[in-house]
Design a protein around this ligand. Sequence first.
Ligand code: NAP
Length: 340
Amino acid sequence: MTVRVGVIGVGMIGQDHIRRLTRVLAGVEVVAVTDVDPARAADVAAGVPGVKVHGTGKDLIDDGAVDAVLVTSWGPTHEEYVLAGIAAGKPVFCEKPLATTRAACRRILDAESAFGRRLVMVGFMRRYDASYRALKAAVADDVLGAPLLVHCAHRNPSVPDIYSSDMAINDTAVHELDIVRWLLDDEIAAARVLQPRRNSRAAAHLVDPLVILLETAGGALVDVEVSVNIGYGYDIRCEVVAEGGTAALADNPGVIVRSGGRWGGAVPVDWRERFIRAYDSELQDWVDAVTAGSATGPTAWDGYAATVVADGCLEALRTGERVPISLGDRPSLYTRAVTS
Ligand code: NAP
């Protein structure tokens, strides 16, 4: 079977996923696209033989030739399309965020629970990164003992002028907010955000760097450094300190060059380079699950948790206070959600 996918929102990541679905992955074809900008949708469609352009996301979802839906439009539109996908009984891959508010995410949890089985996968691709998977395996290994601390760093070389301090949490640190839940198989229970001296390279409106301190329900502490004007490259770090040892992401595969009395290797230029294989694996896993009539990957509960924790971090950034975080009841559909 070839899974016939419709793509809603053909901006930067939508186009990259279309390239992936049409040229890299197996068992899938892109049959329909739509975008709020019809000219952009037509442009993108021109590069994909046989693809149909729909006027709205709803029309695309209702198209009988579309088996499964990829939502890569602007975040505030995700709720509408994910709910419509569930109503149509079609599998939906939704780029993060699942939705931009706690209430909107809850509506999705309710709709999927009422449907009775999982249809939604959320695009937290780091869970498919080989280094993070090795780190999770090391943490799960009894040799290290219980995890106590996690040190994370998320460093970007630079950001555009429109980038805001809220985006440092909602768009940047949100990947750490998800990955630490997954690594520790634990939920986040409280957050603080600290602001060291500002990087003089940052725009005047920006808090950069910032440090997020998270407490998990199980008692671990997590610190996340977010530096978005660090210049030297895109650098993602994560070290778990456990009772009897530590485990950390190694530097990326590549070469170490020794020359002129120095040694060194390359740092990725951006997230696309760093996580390109993870995006491939994540979408292939989704396609394979759709083909098998099953579900996989980060759940709607994971998307909900990330939005709720990010909201807590935003409040902590605004108030400077420690903000307790409560996720509330987990619907039974998601009882094994964190480790999926
Ligand atoms: P983008 O380049 O702005 O693309 C979003 C596209 O959706 C644009 O073409 C936009 O059109 C279109 N759009 C907006 N409202 C729409 C609607 N109602 N119906 C259909 N299309 C609509 O943004 P992006 O960087 O690709 O990001 C898209 C989503 O992917 C975001 O939620 C982002 O957080 C997520 N993302 C995830 C990752 C990851 O690492 N997992 C990486 C990048 C992005 P206009 O430009 O005309 O508004």
